[in-house]
Design a protein around this ligand. Structure first.
Ligand code: UGA
Length: 435
């Protein structure tokens, strides 16, 4: 290992992380679990206090358990950048939300680089800067490197740069971190790449070493491909629906072809969440910026925008004019096992229902509190049964396993019109969005 890198005999590194959000916090607890000493930096003091108290500020399966083991032991959270110079490397894990024009908003990356550079001014040993935030190809070379070098006053030989994208599914993030299909490491020079590789030495997974821009592109291309698989399944599903074919039988039949694979072929109301829609839109914006016409990616997006509205069309076909009708919505989060409602397909559906004069009664095991901030004027219920009582129809928007157990509860409705946008129900008289 390089001189100046503080490693003990067990290969323990001292790692700082910028950003205590979803990716930063999961990375922090998992790196602590891998035996490293982790300092998490977040400007939100309250969030730091929660983390240090072992209290997860977000819900993620397994996070509370890991935090209770490592908080204030091998993991500390700070609201100041002072700790950075005491670490061997820094992972940048700040958010890159969607900007007004669809492109990626890099302002948080930019200010993290300024503060990171400033805090490295007095550090004498080599330091590696690792970009984990999802950033458009070219960002590390064009923004991160110049900014960190300028603010630290250092030469490129004194600081190493790498890109190490995350492939963490919400709800499964800790499992995905510890059991990755691959670890992608892009670096400018070998030393930084080797150091990042050593972080993961306890994890058994193929390592893909690339240039910085390739690693950045791998992340976008992965999410765009997953989005493409879903829109493909939905388009085939829409055709199947007209032909009376069960698209799930079709996808099972094609998914067993090893060249295709069974994952991400579940047809339904479309993909939501904070990642697939945002990254697809950023890739489209980037392609257009470069003078390319991303026909496929735009189609993937447009299928996804139209798909939830098919739920409302099916509903109108069954119950006619929606004015004054009570419609139960089961599922608000963008997928099961999370309280995250960002870009949830249920938002589009509810807005359309409101537009058509329906009265919406919603239930979600976890997502109601977040949804109330976006849609305060619909009614929220503590159980599925309460939402279903006297409803004229029900739309199922999230694949929560508990919905699979519902049957008698649907008898509380004025009429048993049940349409599912996710394949989760087991009762016989349900109608699927594309099955
Ligand atoms: C996604 C990717 O799966 C992760 O690999 C990636 O790291 C992450 O984005 C990110 O960029 O950070 P996530 O947004 O948590 O993860 O959720 P997914 O499990 O990918 O689901 C996204 C949406 O697609 C959900 O609305 C889900 O219901 C929908 N979906 C998924 C389908 O409609 N059909 C499927 O077959 C699979």
């Amino acid at each position: 290992m390089d001189d100046g890198i503080k490693q003990n005999y067990e290969g323990k590194l001292r790692i700082s992380i910028l950003g205590g959000g979803y990716v930063g916090l999961v990375t922090a607890v998992c790196l602590a679990e891998l035996g490293h000493r982790v300092d998490l930096v977040d400007i939100d003091k309250e969030r730091c206090e929660l983390i240090n108290a072992g209290e997860p500020p977000i819900y993620e399966s397994g996070l509370r358990e890991l935090l209770s083991i490592h908080a204030c032991r091998s993991l500390h959270a700070y609201a100041s950048y002072d700790v950075i110079k005491g670490s061997d490397m820094t992972f940048i894990c700040v958010g890159t939300p969607q900007g007004a024009d669809g492109s990626s908003d890099l302002s948080m990356v930019s200010s993290a680089c300024t503060s990171l550079g400033d805090s490295l001014k007095d550090k004498e040993e080599y330091h590696a800067v690792v970009v984990k935030s999802t950033v458009p190809p070219g960002t590390t070379e064009q923004l991160v490197i110049p900014s960190v070098l300028e603010h630290s006053g250092k030469e490129i030989s004194e600081i190493g740069f790498a890109v190490n994208p995350e492939f963490l599914r919400e709800g499964m993030a800790i499992y995905d971190f510890m059991n990755p299909d691959r670890i992608v490491i892009g670096s400018l020079e070998e030393r930084a790449g080797d150091l990042v590789e050593s972080v993961y030495r306890k994890i058994n997974a193929p390592i893909v070493r690339t240039a910085l821009t390739s690693a950045e592109m791998i992340k976008y291309a992965s999410n765009a491909f997953l989005a493409t698989k879903i829109s493909y399944a939905n388009e085939i599903g829409n055709i199947c629906k007209r032909l009376g074919i069960d698209v799930y039988d079709v996808m099972k039949g094609i998914g067993l072809d090893h060249r295709i694979g069974p994952a991400f072929l579940n047809a339904g109301a479309g993909f939501g969440g904070s990642c697939l829609p945002k990254d697809l839109s950023a890739l489209i914006a980037l392609a257009e910026d470069l003078g390319e016409d991303p026909v496929l990616l735009r189609s993937v997006m447009s299928i996804n925008e139209r798909q939830p509205l098919r739920m409302v069309d099916l509903l109108s076909r069954r119950v006619g004019d929606l004015r004054g009708k009570k419609i139960a919505i089961l599922g608000l989060s963008f997928k099961d096992n999370t309280d995250d409602v960002r870009e949830s397909r249920s938002i589009d559906v509810i807005n359309e229902l409101i537009l058509r004069g329906a009265l919406v009664a919603a239930y979600d095991p976890r997502g109601s509190t977040s949804m109330k901030r976006i849609l305060p004027d619909i009614s929220y219920h503590p159980t599925a049964a309460e939402a279903l009582r006297n409803a004229d129809a029900c739309l199922v928007m999230t694949e929560w396993p508990e919905f699979g157990l519902l049957d008698d509860e649907f008898n509380l409705m004025r009429s048993r019109v049940i349409i599912e946008g996710r394949r989760v129900l087991s009762c016989k008289d349900r109608e699927g969005i594309c099955w």
